[in-house]
Design a binder for this molecule. Structure first.
Ligand SMILES: [Zn+2]
Ligand SMILES: [Zn+2]
Length: 120
């Protein structure tokens, strides 16, 4: 499965597998994506690799690093200090985002009140 940013400068691939998929409602995901929430696919670090370009680092907190395309701004990857063996990929940057269906919501405390999802 491949994915990449809007402008096409950065391409990546992840190995096939069944992965945890979660909607994150935290304020940092919301701000850095400018979207109501972000759906992440959580893959083992060794199953992810860039095949073209390199993403720009945004140190979003002392516990987390985000990577995005410097040219077009697409958020691509999140690395959490406390989960060093996995890498979170933005489902929206995948070529086939339908392939992974979220089964979990995290940081519900900051979820937007007008947001209603099919799995509620
Ligand atoms: Zn781009
Ligand atoms: Zn978040």
């Amino acid at each position: 499965m491949q994915g990449g940013c809007f402008c096409g400068n950065i391409r990546y691939e992840i190995g096939d597998g069944e992965y945890l998929v979660a909607n994150c409602h935290c304020t940092m995901c919301r701000k850095t994506s400018a979207a109501p929430f972000v759906t992440w696919v959580v893959v083992p670090t060794e199953s992810f690799r860039y095949i073209q370009g390199s993403a720009k680092l945004l140190q979003s907190s002392d516990k987390g690093r985000r990577y995005f395309c410097e040219e077009c701004g697409t958020p691509l990857v999140f690395l959490a200090e406390e989960r060093p063996t996995v890498i979170d990929i933005t489902t929206g940057s995948l070529d086939d985002p339908e392939r992974y269906i979220p089964t979990k919501d995290v940081h519900e405390e900051s979820r937007l009140k007008w947001l209603h999802l099919n799995n509620d």
